[in-house]
Structure formats: structure tokens, C-alpha cells
Design a protein around this ligand. Structure first.
Ligand SMILES: Nc1ncnc2c1ncn2[C@@H]1O[C@H](COP(=O)(O)OP(=O)(O)OP(=O)(O)O)[C@@H](O)[C@H]1O
Ligand SMILES: [Mg+2]
Length: 362
């Protein structure tokens, strides 16, 4: 999949920009605070329906303006697709010119993998970021997953609200049955994702850190089949009602699960060195690219926000080796000559104060 055109209007510090990236490596270069991350954020908005930096889409509208829009056109192996996100009084989405009533309908149309310095911390940071990693990839692969997760979260917040009123057990029972049923589907999908990521990441990691065997495992409610997970989840909910009521929060379920990441049997979340954690993060991201390719038949677009400068020579080289295979959009403040030479052909754009100047392909 290749982004052919990106058009943004009144988005963050841009009044208007239209960009035609090349099929290969695209470099957006500029000083700090010029609008590089804003560009990647706009692509991600069209890809997964939300900003990578804020849950409040109102912040994306250029100051002093009432409405913004992002339009992304992608070319696929067969055909092309176009996503438009409009932000005004509300957020609305159109796919190939047709308005869609549910945001989930844009999932998977523009597939992206985003890698930022924040995500270099995916191994050491809290479990929420690792769950998000799985969820965003799964949503791009399956709208059914997106809708299941949305339903689950809705039931969860209703149950949590109910807990505040010290409900009787049989009032909770109704919610617990629903929560267990919907949650089991979410967990089953995530387990499948983690199993596939594990096989891919182990292989990739053996090239990045030769002596390390990486293992990625779902750390959550037990069970293989959906029914088994549902039974175990329901049993935990029933047994934990007293504590849940005491703290007014649901202590078990997909919202508490984690992804365990270890190297040679050592848990990298707690015991990994900074270098080990970063290598594992890189392996996970590259594995995500491969998984999306395997599952959907096409590579997504890789978005690298200022991440090259954060990696050491060896990890940079491993990343550069891979990006020849897909369209990549890189932002940075400067690119050292040796790194540029290792990448090879690059199409360069200069970002200055909310405007983009197309450079040449060298
Ligand atoms: N809604 C908005 N309206 C106008 N300007 C905004 C809005 N939101 C953010 N900005 C501005 O956009 C500017 C550029 O932000 P961006 O994060 O894209 O910079 P960057 O080029 O990635 O910089 P860095 O190299 O520091 O990461 C910031 O100075 C910010 O003040
Ligand atoms: Mg930035």
C-alpha cells in the first residue's frame, strides 16, 4: 500500500498542504516545531480514526479556525482508496467519497505502522501501551475486532458505573455475563495476534540482537477457546465482586491484561537494560509490519517520527535494511550523511512553519 497524496486543511499549524510522497523512502526534514509530527499525525488520523497524541480531536483544528480536514489517497495492488476525515462541530469520515456513519468503517483502508520515540518505550512503559499496540494493529486487520472492543468498553464502563451504587449480586450478574462474553472474544483475538507476533518478532530479533531469544506472550485470563476464556473470565468476575464493589472498578478483563516480553527467559519489562528494551521495541514494530503484510497481503506504510536519531548504529542499520521493502515516511531535524548514504534513494521534503516544500529525489 502506498500513499499517493495527502491533503490537509486547517490542520494544526497548516492552513493548507498537498503532498505527493514517492513509493520509497520519504524524508520530511525541518527544525523543531515546524509541523513534521503534525503531518504524520494527520496520516494516522485517516488510518485509525484518532490522533496519536491526543484523545481530543478539537485540538487538531488550526487555532482560530472552525473546521479542519485530512484526505489521504492510497494506491493498493489492485485499485485505490481515499479516506477523508472532517473535524468541525463533530468528527465525520468518508471513504471513497461516501460518508460512513461509524468510524470503524475507515479501519484498514489506510494501513500504517507508527514508530515514535515514545514507542521505543513500549517494553518498559505501562501495560496500557502494549495493549494499545495489539489493539491498533488488530483494528486495522479487522473491523469486527474494532466493534467488539468498542462494545466491550461500553459494557465495562456501564458495569463500573453500576459498582458505585453498591448493587446486589444479581444486578451485577447480568453485566458479568455480557462482559465475559464480549471480553472473551477480545482476549481470544489478542492471543492470536500475540502468537503470530511472537513468531515474527523472534526471527527479526535474532538479526538485531544475535544472542537473544525474544519471546512475546499474552499475560491475561487463561484459556484457549473462546468458551474456555469466557468461563474463566466469568468465574473471576463472580469471585471478585466484593473487591470490585469496594473499589468501584472491574479488576479483571482485557483492560487489565498485558503482553509479557522476555529475552532468554528474562522479563524485559522489569529487568531489561535500556538497549535490550529498545531492540525489543524495534523487533516488535518490524514484526507488526510483517504481520499486517501476511494478514492483508500488502505492506502498510511505515511512519517513523524522529526515531532514527534515537537508535544506535546497529539498530539503525537493521531498520534501514528493512525499509527498502515498503513506503516509509521519515521525519527528522537533520539526517547525517552516512545514514542518508545507507538508506540510498530518498525523496526529500522541507518542512518550514506549516508549509511543505517538495525537494528532489536523490
Ligand atoms: N491546533 C493548532 N493550531 C495551530 N498550531 C498548532 C496547533 N497544534 C499544534 N500547533 C503547533 O504546531 C507546531 C508544530 O508541531 P509539530 O509537533 O509538528 O513539530 P515538529 O516539526 O514535529 O517539531 P519537533 O522536531 O520538535 O518534533 C507547534 O509549534 C505547535 O505549537
Ligand atoms: Mg516532532
Amino acid at each position: 500500500m502506498v500513499i499517493e497524496r495527502l491533503t490537509i486543511k486547517n490542520y494544526r499549524n497548516y492552513a493548507f498542504a498537498e503532498i505527493y510522497p514517492s513509493k520509497g523512502v520519504n524524508l520530511f526534514i525541518g527544525d523543531n516545531a515546524q509541523g513534521k509530527t503534525n503531518l504524520l499525525e494527520s496520516v494516522r488520523l485517516a488510518s485509525v480514526g484518532r490522533s496519536s497524541r491526543t484523545p481530543r480531536w478539537q485540538e487538531l483544528i488550526k487555532w482560530g479556525e472552525k473546521a479542519a480536514s485530512v484526505n489521504v489517497r492510497v494506491r493498493k495492488d489492485v485499485g485505490a482508496d481515499e479516506v477523508t476525515v472532517r473535524l468541525g462541530d463533530a468528527k465525520s469520515v468518508a471513504v471513497n467519497g461516501f460518508p460512513v456513519s461509524r468510524i470503524g468503517e475507515l479501519m484498514g483502508v489506510v494501513k500504517t505502522v507508527l514508530f515514535t520515540p515514545d514507542e521505543l518505550g513500549i517494553v518498559k512503559n505501562g501495560p496500557g501501551e502494549r495493549r494499545r499496540f495489539a489493539d491498533i494493529a488488530l483494528c486495522q486487520l479487522s473491523r469486527a475486532y474494532f466493534y467488539a472492543l468498542t462494545r466491550y468498553n461500553k459494557i465495562l464502563s456501564q458495569r463500573n458505573r453500576l459498582l458505585k451504587s453498591d448493587p446486589a449480586d444479581d444486578a451485577l450478574e447480568v453485566w458479568d455475563l455480557q462482559l465475559a462474553r464480549e471480553g472473551a472474544g477480545v482476549i481470544k483475538s489478542r492471543k492470536g495476534f500475540v502468537r503470530r507476533i511472537n513468531a515474527l518478532a523472534e526471527q527479526i530479533h535474532s538479526e538485531i540482537a544475535e544472542s537473544e531469544k525474544l519471546e512475546v506472550r499474552y499475560d491475561g485470563i487463561d484459556g484457549e477457546s473462546k468458551e474456555e476464556i469466557e468461563r474463566n473470565f466469568y468465574a473471576l468476575l463472580s469471585a471478585g465482586r466484593k473487591r470490585d464493589k469496594q473499589f468501584c472498578v472491574t479488576h479483571y478483563g482485557p483492560q487489565r491484561d498485558d503482553i509479557a516480553i522476555s529475552a532468554n527467559g528474562v522479563d524485559l519489562r522489569t529487568y531489561g537494560s535500556q538497549g535490550q528494551q529498545r531492540s525489543a521495541a524495534l523487533s516488535l514494530k518490524l514484526a507488526e509490519m510483517e504481520l499486517l503484510k501476511q494478514e492483508s497481503g500488502e505492506y502498510p506504510v511505515l511512519l517513523l517520527d524522529d526515531v532514527l536519531s534515537e537508535l544506535d548504529h546497529k539498530r539503525q542499520s537493521e531498520l534501514i535494511k528493512k525499509i527498502g521493502a515498503y513506503q516509509t515516511i521519515i521525519t527528522c531535524t537533520h539526517l547525517p550523511d552516512d545514514v542518508r548514504a545507507r538508506i540510498g534513494k530518498v525523496t526529500e521534503f522541507e518542512v518550514v512553519n506549516g508549509s511543505v516544500k517538495a525537494g528532489e529525489t536523490k
